[in-house]
Design a protein around this ligand. Sequence first.
Ligand code: PMP
Length: 445
Amino acid sequence: MKSASSRSPSVTPDLRAWWMPFTANRQYKAAPRLLVGAKDMHYVSHDGRRVLDGTAGLWCVNAGHCREPIVEAIRRQAAEMDFAPPFQMGHPKAFELASRVAQMLPGDLDHVFFSNSGSEAVETALKIAIAYHHARGQASRTRLIGRVRGYHGVNFGGNSVGGVVVNRKAFGLGLPGVDHLPHTHDLGRNAFSRGEPERGAELADELERLVTLHDASTIAAVIVEPIAGSNGVLIPPKGYLRRLRQLCDRHGILLIFDEVITGFGRLGAPFAADYFDVLPDIVTLAKGLTNAAVPMGATVVRAAVHDAFMNGPEHLIELAHGYTYSGHPLAAAAGLATLDLYRDEGVFENAAGLSAYWEEAVHGLKGAPHVIDLRNLGLVAGIELEPRADGPGKRAYDVFVRCYEKGLLVRAVADIIALSPPLILTRGHVDEMYSILGEALKETA
Ligand code: PMP
């Protein structure tokens, strides 16, 4: 063991050992921002300030922070049974949570495979899609189609179907047999649109081009985020998702909705599949599933997908895939308490009720310094800024830091400020958020 004597005894921890994810480590460690507490709509910073959470952590703490019923459920489960192996064994709460999730989802999205993160939920979805065709005697269907500017986590499958340039360029070739549809954001035609942009549904027709190029018999699935979140809050044009569904049906291609962000009330409906009234074949979930209190992901499939695996001899494992922590008891307990809270407090209804007010607040920033686009749907907003001459991302980063200093947590992705607050917020919180953001935009201009 290394000597502890090199560790700093100061209140600020020694920052050297943790190689932080998706962080400019050297920049952060020169001026760290540490969070030490959280309750409902607020964080508490290391220097004792209350910081309004404009991002629900990372799009995940939908019911607000440190909610007592969830805390208590985790505490009880940790004392009762910490872990149960999920391979050839089970425990009641994982089954119960799967049933509850299946009941919440629309249509016959009835079968739930648990994992530990959004990235794992995506890998599971992609593997199930390919194995589904294999199980039905169509083993040639192995191609996967994502979108430019899609984000589906960071593992090799999700990274490959994703289109975030910086996430891909240092990591080699990625998966073979992957193609990308165009992204759906067109500042020229849809700038400052409210809710769903009017134009761009025809971008789904690019799928026909890929079918012509590769032949449908080689394509397993198309994966999209109903709203592209982490790559800039791109709202789908009216009719776009429905058109994708029709094309997938025509060609026997599975449609996967990555609802890691849009799931659990973000748009005011339980899922984006409800909001847009488009039923995918597979849905990926994480984040809001446990209110982020314990990591958990889930991949939910329609009956026909599940049933295709259930035809072989009974003693055989139908899907050779899974994680040690699939359906972890602490996560399952947190998930059940979370779903109770969403239902009992009408959390999604609160989001739906505030969406129009939110939209007005977002568009109140029109004309603020360097704002070149405003996008919104449900309780999501993207505020796109004109990049500064000295480099992309720098302007939004400055706004993010200034907001934090002024008591508001926002997220900066490239030159876009993303907002996605806990769904329990009030009009007062909305006012406070946009007032601080407006000031920060002026002060950093
Ligand atoms: N898919 C989408 C749409 C996401 O937004 C994210 C995370 N922001 C992921 C997958 C990956 O989730 P995780 O970070 O939990 O692996």
